[in-house]
Design a protein around this ligand. Sequence first.
Ligand SMILES: C[S@@+](CC[C@H](N)C(=O)[O-])C[C@H]1O[C@@H](n2cnc3c(N)ncnc32)[C@H](O)[C@@H]1O
Length: 293
Amino acid sequence: MQTPPQAAARKRKSRRRRPKKRSSNPSSVGASKVKEDEKETDEAEPRPSSANVKRRKLEAAPSNKSSPPSFLDKMRARLSGGHFRMINEKLYTCSGEEAFDYFKNDPELFNVYHTGYQEQMSHWPEQPVNIIIKWLRSHSSSLTVADFGCGDARIARNVKNKVFSIDLVSNIPSVIACEMSHTPLDSSSIDVAVFCLSLMGTNYPSYLKEANRVLKPCGWLLIAEVRSRLDPNNGGADPDKFSEAVDQLGFSLVSKDMTNKMFILFYFKKRERCSSVARIRWPDLKPCMYKRR
Ligand SMILES: C[S@@+](CC[C@H](N)C(=O)[O-])C[C@H]1O[C@@H](n2cnc3c(N)ncnc32)[C@H](O)[C@@H]1O
């Protein structure tokens, strides 16, 4: 004979066991599991099934902060700022040819460099590439442009002009991968040559000589460089000496914009008659070392 509390306990136990009995067949276990999952996702604060979680992670990956790290996030974490600074230093202290081989041997380093570079740029109040884009938009879109050291080809993506984007590595189909001392561009075919923070190699004069070759007479040469590289008070080159050397190559300085804290912009025009000085005294541009953040 059971006491009333014992009987009640038995009833509760048998009620709890009942669903198990119904799912003794393995296929029905799956079916009932799916039903449970469906029920859960209908709740106000659903606890999604593992299948749903997987699907959602894939769909939301690019924008969802709580989603697993993207490829770029992983790159950032794995190859930290230190790795970026190491590659950056290499690019400022070797020739263009060496830099070309460096990335050719390990193209992944180019992505590491550009991830770090974009991170650094995000702290600059103004990016020179945007000023150059504005300048191009304020001139005729019929001008043909060569973007030497184009990075992520932002110029080509933001103007109507025909742009030849050149860099050491081509991750974007339209980018021409080459060392910019030797481009496949035709002589006297370009109206505007752009160097936006890209006079990195120790042989930078050869990049400007190549720009001179491809530019039409009266073509524009726009150069943006990191200010510290051209700061004689801090071991950098004298900006006037730099302008003088570019002048001796056959360009006239039209204007110079020193209003930005982080960079200087030079606007040169190629002289109609090519009158290059035989031995130009190019100043050494100080390597730009980014600070640890
Ligand atoms: C500091 S990033 C600037 C990228 C872009 N111009 C911008 O302003 O966002 C310099 C770029 O120049 C490229 N570069 C440096 N030396 C080069 C060379 N000798 N030939 C071709 N590209 C070069 C680098 O690979 C890099 O992408």
